[in-house]
Design a protein around this ligand. Sequence first.
Ligand code: SF4
Ligand code: SF4
Length: 244
Amino acid sequence: MNETEALEFFVVQTQAFTETLASQRGCQGLIDSLLSQAFSSFDGNVALDAAGLPEIACRKGCATCCTLRVTATAPEILLIVRYIRWTGLADSRLNLTKRVIKADQSTRGMDETQRVKLKRPCPFIMRGVCAIYPVRPLACRGHACYDKHACLEAAAGKVGRIPISEPHSLFRSLIQNAMQSALRDAGYAWASYELIQSVKIGLDGEHCAASWLRGEDVFASARIEDVSLEEMGHTFDRIKLQSL
Ligand code: SF4
Ligand code: SF4
């Protein structure tokens, strides 16, 4: 996919999210609809774009990369929080809430490099697998590679290139950014947030979904602004103007 095709895809995907947001404004089902759209678009487009490329090495139980910082949008976080409650993962026996609190205490405010050095596994890794796999965010879906030994070497601090899957990485960015652009236009909080801290906020509060649906930025303290919201907003506007 060249740059023009990528921009066209972004515009079409933004429009699709905009239509969903308009048809289900303020409804409880909005979060599910947006993410069902995002995940199925991701799966379908990666499959098309990766046709003919080697198979990726990522498998259930391969979690070397699950020490990296993960960012997610508010709908993704709200879905994860609901899933944790619904599946009983937050109950006292499984104690996921306690794991999230402890992980947040040791990683809060750390950047990518600091987390790689710390090597602390994501709190959602339970018995070697991701406990929230069906609802994992686009950031996790989009991190895929062709050589798990390269991931192990990188985690051990050896310098080397990880052969990542470009289709996974590209469609993760395009779809996440398109959703953010549509959320921004519709007046919802549209930043990206650090996963562990924001899930902790979600598990602490009973009414996060309702507050976000009213337009509140419930995860504001967990915002990640490697690129400022202002700069991202200008870029979204520029792409939209070019496409008219
Ligand atoms: S990116 Fe590497 S460590 Fe992560 S699941 Fe894929 S092969 Fe395993
Ligand atoms: S959410 Fe799941 S896939 Fe993502 S980093 Fe955590 S354990 Fe790994």
